[in-house]
Design a protein around this ligand. Structure first.
Ligand SMILES: C[S@@+](CC[C@H](N)C(=O)[O-])C[C@H]1O[C@@H](n2cnc3c(N)ncnc32)[C@H](O)[C@@H]1O
Length: 303
């Protein structure tokens, strides 16, 4: 995976363009337990339904069907090829909107969405607080935001640190970048960034307590997922798992978008973008954004 500087004033992006992540990591990677544990957490945290859901860093759409009670689901990812894979899996119906864009430069009208999720994406953020502030802009006040992050203060890291097998401390607030553009975060730091971005934390669930090869081999997946989902209920008290789900409500500004506002705004100047004409969204600032095979592309303007 290539990391690259998107533009001089934009944080670097862990680029999944051309990646076989879905096949390699999930479909053939022996991760049915982790997938089931995440499904259980989402089921607990998701609102009963609604009009508009934004899935940030959707990848190939592994989680998207879990949001099916929303009328419109917008899958957004920096990688065009991940969006193509999601489209191949879910189809081109009216329910799904596919958007290639950078979370640091979101192309959405302020206050538009009723809910958003970001699962297994924050761990690629060099500037997590900035990303969370951008997401807050796209949400209505009171919107639900479900965020998963990789927890540096997990039991394995604590044991390794205690037995001198690991140099970095799991207890300190700074991120640990274990490979370039892959970070584990301290839960307290994430809570601080959420608050700074005007999110009010409602609930935390600890997920993947049993990410241990021998347990995954010996214990039936459904049983392991069930025990995990019970253990996850302690998430507001302590967080010692490699993965933590948080559920927050959007507070503060911006206000809800007006009912006649469209979904998209220019990622550069933030002016509203009207209806597409001949597969182009043209902004008053002069930039034009393309729609390629049903995928809105806000990575680069059309020349
Ligand atoms: C580990 S994958 C997770 C995909 C999916 N959420 C899942 O759980 O299966 C991380 C995803 O985040 C996307 N991503 C990374 N940085 C991004 C950014 N700055 N803006 C938008 N998407 C980004 C990648 O393209 C990739 O598809």
């Amino acid at each position: 995976m290539e990391d690259r500087q998107n533009s001089p004033d934009s944080p670097p992006v862990c680029d999944y363009e051309g990646s076989d992540y879905q096949t390699r990591f999930w479909d053939q990677g022996g991760r049915a337990y982790e997938d089931g544990a995440e499904a259980a957490a989402l089921k607990r945290l998701l609102p009963p339904g609604g009009k508009t859901m934004l899935e940030i860093g959707a990848g190939a759409g592994r989680n998207t069907l879990r949001y099916k009670r929303f009328e419109t689901i917008v899958l957004m990812d920096y990688s065009l090829t991940q969006m193509q894979q999601a489209q191949a899996r879910l189809g081109r119906g009216e329910k799904y909107v596919y958007v290639a864009a950078d979370v640091y430069r979101l192309p959405f009208t302020s206050g538009y969405f009723e809910a958003a999720t970001m699962i297994r994406v924050l761990h690629h953020m060099a500037e997590p607080e900035l990303a969370l502030k951008q997401i807050r802009q796209a949400l209505q006040p009171g919107a639900t935001f479900i965020l998963e992050f990789a927890n540096k203060q997990n039991l394995k890291a604590i044991l390794r640190y205690l037995f001198n097998q690991q140099a970095w401390s799991p207890y300190t607030l700074e991120p640990v970048e274990y490979i370039p553009l892959n970070y584990d975060f301290h839960p307290k730091a994430v809570r601080g960034w959420l608050a700074a971005a005007s999110f009010e934390l409602q609930r935390q669930l600890t997920v993947s307590h049993f990410r241990i090869g021998i347990l995954k081999r010996l214990v039936p997946t459904s049983l392991l997922v069930w025990i995990d989902s019970i253990a996850s209920l302690t998430g507001d008290w302590w967080q010692l798992t490699p993965s933590v789900f948080t559920c927050s409500k959007a507070a503060g500004v911006p206000e809800k978008a007006s009912p006649d506002a469209g979904m998209f705004s220019c990622p550069e100047c933030k002016s509203p973008l009207g209806e597409p004409q001949e597969n182009l969204l043209t902004c008053t600032c002069g930039l034009r954004w393309g729609i390629e095979d049903g995928i809105y592309n806000f990575k680069q303007p059309v020349k």
